[in-house]
Design a binder for this molecule. Sequence first.
Ligand code: FMN
Length: 418
Amino acid sequence: MKRVDDFRLRLGQHELVPIMIGGMGVDISTADLALEAARLGGVGHISDAMINTVADRRYETKYVKEKLALYKYNVLNEDKSPVKFDLGRLAEATRLHVEATMGRKKGSGLVLINCMEKLTMNAPRETLKVRMASALDAGIDGITLAAGLHLGSFGLIEDHPRFRDAKLGIIVSSVRALQLFLKKSLRTNRLPDYIVVEGPLAGGHLGFGMDWADYDLATIVGEVLRFLQEEHLAIPVIPAGGIFTGSDAAAFLQQGAAAVQVATRFTVAEECGLPAETKQEYFKANADDIEVNQISPTGYPMRMIKSSPGIGDGIRPNCEAYGYLLDASGKCAYIAAYNREVAAHPGARKVKVWDKTCLCTHMRNFEIWTCGQLAWRLKDTTHRLPDGSYQLLTAEHIFKDYQFSVDQQVTLPAKAMA
Ligand SMILES: Cc1cc2nc3c(=O)[nH]c(=O)nc-3n(C[C@H](O)[C@H](O)[C@H](O)COP(=O)(O)O)c2cc1C
């Protein structure tokens, strides 16, 4: 029986351990987590979701406060179209995060940045262009385009000096989405360097409808591999979603995948950005505590733990400070849902909003606990401590467990000293 370490991922001149830790916004896949993957010879992701907020937290900038001060006059206004991001500050925030990360990189692996195109930021093209270009300027090894692939994205950076040398990848959930992307980016004469195929069991937003359970990752991966073979395209395919053990991963590598992308197992790593008490919620979750719902204003279904404090919370939209999900005309589905509830409950001090959530505020505050479908198995990957809590793992332990384990085994960590 083969194990993950019997395979290598070739990306250009790089030969890598075929384990990629997926991007987890907002700063859940921290620089520390991504750097561990790179140090161990694999691939890590930082994320540029809510990058101004992340910069404020990590590099003592004041972007959010400044933006709020500028647009405070608009807080009670339903129309958020005037609330624009300053592109210079957005570039600066991206540069700070990427430079600080890449400056600490060790080992032969890669650090990529996950760019979610669904963060439309009230000016989708302009902001995405700045986000990608400044990450390249700051020395990121590559960019993974995720959630909402709007097809023309490669074109936005085709004039960048690093357009051909940086690694550029995409995340798709069907062969059809891949075909559309390839057709659209044909003009740039630039193929993706890798294709992450994300199935229905993944964490975060899903590239499926509420019928996600009708789909199966191995089937989609097979379709993608067949299509690429027919087209004589040698692009590495990287399955993601529900790959919980080294054996799960090795099975995909034997099927012809070049690597796997994994995330949920790392939510309980010491290096992961979730607060310590939230990591315990991930450990504690049982299968029926996890749901896919439609409360994300992006319109994509999202998987999360049902007791996430952000579900149902009716806070006032915070777009003047954040506003990452405002579309090109300054709209977000949460604003409409919130205003509907306020109008239905005149005089109420606080309303409940169940159908949508203020995703910016709640992701920033770690109050939407998104996870993969198999998060309920996390408790079996560690020890229960005498106080009833679960022992955190190191990213290195989890990474090596994927790399070397066989027979569906999960190696438990050494017991922490009391
Ligand atoms: C907490 C969490 C946050 C995530 N955030 C993002 C994100 O910001 N962008 C993205 O493209 N994928 C996101 N994902 C998806 C992962 O990158 C990855 O593809 C997927 O979860 C892999 O499946 P697994 O979690 O079952 O291993 C997230 C996943 C988790 C668990």
